[in-house]
Design a protein around this ligand. Sequence first.
Ligand SMILES: NC(=O)c1ccc[n+]([C@@H]2O[C@H](COP(=O)([O-])OP(=O)(O)OC[C@H]3O[C@@H](n4cnc5c(N)ncnc54)[C@H](O)[C@@H]3O)[C@@H](O)[C@H]2O)c1
Ligand SMILES: O=C(O)C(=O)C[C@@H](O)[C@H](O)[C@H](O)COP(=O)(O)O
Length: 536
Amino acid sequence: MSGPRAILIGLPGAGKSEVGKRLARRLGVDFLDSDDLVEQAAGLTIPQIFSHRGEEAFREIEHTEIMRALDTHDGVLSLGGGAVLHPGTRAALAGRPVVYLHVDAHAASTRVRGDGSRPLLTGDPTVKLAELRAQRAPLYTEIAAITVDTSRRNPRQVTVEVGARLPRRVEVGRPGSAGYYEVTIGPDLAGAAAHAVAEASAVLVVHAPAVATLAQRIAAEAGASGVRVALHEMPDAEDAKSLEALAALWDRLGAERIGRDGAVIAVGGGATTDAAGFAAATWLRGITLVNVPTTVLGMVDAAVGGKTGINTPHGKNLAGAFHTPAAVICDLDTLATLPWEDLRAGLAEVIKCGFIADPEILELLEKAPGGPVSATEPASGLLADLVERAVAVKARVVGEDLTERTGGTREFLNYGHTFAHAIEKVENYRWRHGEAVSVGMVFAAELARATGLLAEDLAGRHRAVLEALGLPTGYAGPATKEELLAAMAADKKVRAGVLRFVLLDDLARPRTVTGPAPEHLDAAFAAVLPTERSAP
Ligand SMILES: NC(=O)c1ccc[n+]([C@@H]2O[C@H](COP(=O)([O-])OP(=O)(O)OC[C@H]3O[C@@H](n4cnc5c(N)ncnc54)[C@H](O)[C@@H]3O)[C@@H](O)[C@H]2O)c1
Ligand SMILES: O=C(O)C(=O)C[C@@H](O)[C@H](O)[C@H](O)COP(=O)(O)O
């Protein structure tokens, strides 16, 4: 469990309890108030604890109860206004979804007037509140991940804003079971990445060249909590998935003395998380891995599900291991620097999730006011919704079938990939993976149509949504049909030398088809290759 979904802090009168209860209802989780926990633990009311035992004793009980709640509660937690005065509590809140409910002096004193349950406000509440503000406001600001002003707004409005700004979470696996972890999606999550390795003795932050700044921020945040941290830059893109790059990374793990209690944080696109994940899987036979994907494709696919690996001269992803990450942190802010073509390529895997499992994804794209292309706006709510839905599809599937059993459901995630991986191989990995998957899905749809499985309009829907984004739907490169077929022969789904494809017989109804007839394969080739190269 990674702790509360939201932790509310702020002065008396900020609305923590009311907003907290509403927020918990909205998120479908439980609500806890640290003041209630303290009263239960002490068997006294808060005024009684202050008068019998003093403020210092109160703060100690409060700290103990908050630490317990951070470990055991996964709902909304509201903290007493002075909880942040305890340095241990402040340290424990780093990297967590802390929401500062700000309130101005006038609104706060109006709201607390006549409330006798607050020992620190006895006397003139306005003067007392001003003193508390001077002491606590800088601490609230320092530890808050999100600040929301509540002064002239009602609890419902505040709750809606907090809910919209909180990071989203998708669970992979069953809570409490081995291999369970969470995917966190939201803005400004460098602290959350560092928090995920708080237990490690030493950390190697392995990153793509383009995201060195984010990697340095994560390293600084992790280092601030006392963890020994080093940075390692990988070669860019697919060059990271080579034996040479892997050997250099193993060497670095040794030089940095990363032990069994150490961790790798992989920061980058799918190529980086695949290669760094394989190093984490194999170093000392497996150490903790935290993925911080920085491409759409990495967020919705590569960083989730535990497939790690590198390419070999024989094909794509041929050497690898299943190694489940401890956490996946999708910091949406990082997408601001991602080249537009890479962002768009990631949407091919999102669309794949739409066809194999969640047609609402296709509807969101097709009915977007600006059309599917509006999803390529990095800061758009549409993109955040699509990332969350696609992660949910992947989480569901790998939760059922982690290791891709023959005939199991994980194979369905390979929709479009048999032909896609062949393109990538014949093109020596110069194609973007997502663009190859786009063509691969059209190939699969046309194969399904030729075999009589898929209706014509659904095959057409593939082309329509992919073309609306400007994604490729054909292969006009130099490789021949025979070369592409030879490359497909190295696909991992092949059994006894026979090709197996994931095809659809309807929306969200994938199935595996073994050894399609040569004439059906010819029809699929004819749909994606130039005429002169697709003749049977
Ligand atoms: N393990 C899995 O389950 C899985 C799933 C899908 C794909 N994959 C693999 O993922 C790889 C493709 O991933 P990808 O599309 O993310 O490509 P990528 O990792 O090659 O990244 C694309 C490019 O974007 C750069 N980049 C990354 N983040 C950036 C950012 N925020 N700002 C600016 N530039 C940035 C990278 O350095 C690279 O040049 C393929 O190797 C594919 O096989 C693996
Ligand atoms: O996670 C999976 O399983 C997938 O098949 C997801 C694919 O989108 C991804 O490209 C994966 O890397 C392909 O795996 P491979 O086993 O075909 O190499």
